[in-house]
Design a binder for this molecule. Structure first.
Ligand SMILES: [Zn+2]
Length: 356
């Protein structure tokens, strides 16, 4: 029963928008047939406004719907360039919640579709299959279009896809192109974050260490309580040997971490360490450490402790990530092993459309 309600709800929402897009495509088709050589002449006001309407409707649909069928982005065919005609792509993120600027897997409601937040994974699937997914399935081959994602953060490169309206061989009159511009959030690789260590941003001067730290309870180890000059951030987590076959664990820090004078301790709970080391690398591959430590056991609890000078706390930004092994090469070659890619980022979504 629960599923039935869910499906009805999802279908209703999607089909209203889809219907208006189909209707608009039909109108455009009629208009296009009536006028010959559209590209040579300037479009009439009516033609431009119906093109505008379809661009706006399509943008709304893409940004507010997760797409059809559900989890279309995982379709096996997409990996081999085989695109079903039944897939209507959508970019919205489902089953995710936003809190403190982060996405969490545990959603308050299963039904939740986040408005104005788009999935980087879906975006890449669309980019790689634009002709089939957008030109054919969404626009019924009646409109030429392009989409560009411009991150507001300059550390992240824009993502461009679709028709190249800026190309000099482009034969569409500039006056016949409409543009829709929306500011949305994009999750990028934030799904891979296991822990976010920049708690200070959230707590500021009131920061209180409330995490369990084995150094506080073990009389043989130096206590990790905060003094007036520096703050401790300590977290423990379990790692299974099996998961090392599937995931590559990295500690990734913002480049500003080098100047903060942050020290860290990384240890197994059974083999504790007392001495802290300076943290001056942006990317640290943790798998070699885990592999060695887990040689004779199936799992262990590990803990990471950071000691951050209080006056540099705002520049301390570090995440522990677990990246599926089949994706690590792609991430490394795209400079994706960069702190900014593991944060939810504001981006400008720009859709351009013109008649074929
Ligand atoms: Zn600690």
């Amino acid at each position: 029963m629960k599923n039935l309600i869910k499906d009805q709800y999802g279908l209703l929402y999607s089909s209203e928008l889809l219907l208006s897009i189909i209707l608009l495509i039909f109108i455009i088709g009629v208009v296009a047939n009536l006028s010959d050589g559209l590209n040579e002449k300037i479009l009439s006001e009516e033609e431009i406004s119906s093109l505008e309407a379809i661009a706006i409707e399509s943008s709304d649909y893409l940004l507010n719907n997760p797409g059809n069928p559900e989890n279309w982005e995982d379709d096996e065919g997409l990996k081999n360039g085989i695109v079903s005609k039944n897939i209507i792509p959508g970019l919205a993120i489902k089953n995710k919640n936003v809190e403190n600027g982060e996405f969490f897997d545990e959603s308050a409601s299963d039904e939740m579709i986040m408005s104005n937040a788009i999935s980087y994974n879906k975006l890449i699937k669309i980019k790689n299959n634009y002709d089939s997914l957008v030109d054919r399935n969404l626009f019924n081959d009646s409109v030429m279009s392009s989409m560009v994602i411009y991150p507001l953060n300059s550390q992240i490169r824009p993502i461009e896809m679709g028709y190249d309206f800026d190309n000099e061989n482009d034969n569409v009159n500039d006056n016949n192109i409409v543009t829709v511009n929306r500011t949305v959030k994009c999750d990028f690789y934030s799904n891979f974050v296991v822990y976010n260590f920049n708690d200070f941003e959230l707590f500021g001067d009131d920061y209180n260490k409330d995490m369990f730290c084995n150094h506080d309870t073990n009389p043989n180890l130096t206590n990790h309580s905060n003094d007036g000059r520096s703050l401790w951030v300590c977290k423990s987590f379990r790692v299974y040997k099996e998961s090392l076959d599937e995931y590559e664990y990295y500690l990734i820090s913002d480049e500003s971490v080098k100047d903060t004078g942050t020290y860290w301790i990384f240890e197994s709970l059974n083999r504790t360490k007392e001495n802290k080391e300076i943290l001056n690398q942006e990317v640290i591959d943790l798998n070699p450490f885990f592999l060695e430590d887990l040689e004779n056991s199936s799992d262990e609890i590990y803990s990471i402790h950071f000691n951050v000078p209080k006056n540099r706390a705002n520049d301390f930004k570090t995440v522990l990530v677990a990246i599926p092994k089949n994706m690590t090469d792609v991430l490394i070659s795209n400079d994706g092993l960069n702190y900014d890619y593991f944060r939810v980022q504001d981006v400008n979504f720009v859709l351009k459309a013109g008649y074929r």
